[in-house]
Design a protein. Structure first.
Ligand SMILES: *Cc1c(COP(=O)(O)O)cnc(C)c1O
Length: 225
C-alpha cells in the first residue's frame, strides 16, 4: 500500500505546475496511509469530518498542514480550531463567526476559503454570488480578527460533460478575480483558488486553480461503510 501511495503521489505531482498546492484528501483512510504519503514528502492533508481530523492529528508528525475541506457544522468547529491550517468550505457568516470565536480562544488566526456554489446540480452547500457579496458587506465581517479569508473554493458538478465543468470552474475564477481586484485589492493573502479533484483537476488548473484537493487518485477508492 505504501509503495502504491508513493507512486500515485508522484504521478499526480508530475501533473501539477509548481504554483499549484496539492491537498492530499485522506478522509476515511487509516493513519498508516497518511504516514505513507508523509514519508513520500506530502505535508498538506485534507479531511472532511471534524472528529476524524482531530483524531488523526496527534497520531502524525506535527509539521502537517491540516485542511478541513468538507461542510463544517458550527458545533464541530471546536474540535479542529486548535490546529487547522485552513478551512475550505465556509459558506455562512454564522460559521465564520464561530471559527473566529474558537480561533480567538486558541490564540490563533485561521485561514479560511469561502465556498462558492458553482455546480448546476442541486446542492445546499456554498454561497451564491449574491450571498457572497452580502457576507463580505456585512459590517460584522470586518470585525472578525481571528479569521483570514485566503480565497475561494468550489466543486464542479459530478458529470462527464467537460464543457460544463470548464464553465463552472471559469465562474469561480471570475468571481475570484473580481474580488481580488475589488474588496481584497489591498490584501495579498487573498490568493487561493481551491478547485479540482481526482476526476477534474486538469480542467481546474487550466481554469486557474492553484490548490487542488485530490483523494482517490492518491489513496485509491474510498470504502464507506
Ligand atoms: C472527497 C473530496 C475531494 C477529493 O475527491 P477525490 O475525487 O477522491 O479526489 C475533494 N474535495 C472535497 C470537498 C471532497 O469532499
Amino acid at each position: 500500500m505504501a509503495d502504491t501511495i508513493a507512486d500515485n503521489l508522484s504521478t499526480v505531482r508530475a501533473d501539477l505546475p509548481e504554483h499549484v498546492t496539492l491537498v492530499a484528501v485522506s478522509k476515511t483512510k487509516p493513519v498508516s496511509d497518511l504516514q505513507a504519503a508523509y514519508d513520500a514528502g506530502q505535508r498538506v492533508f485534507g479531511e472532511n469530518k471534524a472528529q476524524e481530523m482531530a483524531a488523526k492529528h496527534p497520531e502524525l508528525p506535527n509539521d502537517i498542514d491540516w485542511h478541513f475541506i468538507g461542510h463544517l457544522q458550527t458545533n464541530k468547529v471546536k474540535y479542529i480550531a486548535p490546529f487547522a491550517a485552513m478551512i475550505h468550505a465556509v459558506d455562512s457568516l454564522k460559521l465564520l463567526r464561530e471559527i473566529n470565536k474558537r480561533a480567538q480562544q486558541n490564540d490563533r488566526v485561521i485561514d479560511c476559503l469561502l465556498q462558492l456554489r458553482i455546480a448546476k446540480e442541486e446542492t445546499k452547500f456554498g454561497l451564491t454570488p449574491d450571498a457572497l457579496s452580502s457576507l463580505l458587506e456585512a459590517p460584522e465581517f470586518a470585525e472578525l480578527q481571528h479569521v483570514r479569508i485566503r480565497g475561494l473554493m468550489g466543486m464542479a458538478t459530478f458529470t462527464e460533460n467537460q464543457a460544463q465543468i470548464k464553465e463552472e470552474f471559469a465562474l469561480l475564477k471570475d468571481q475570484f478575480d473580481r474580488l481580488q481586484q475589488d474588496q481584497f485589492a489591498d490584501r495579498d493573502a487573498f490568493s487561493v483558488v481551491s478547485m479540482g479533484m481526482s476526476g477534474d483537476y486538469a480542467l481546474a488548473i487550466e481554469a486557474g486553480s492553484n490548490m487542488v484537493r485530490i483523494g482517490s487518485a492518491i489513496f485509491g477508492a474510498r470504502n464507506y461503510q
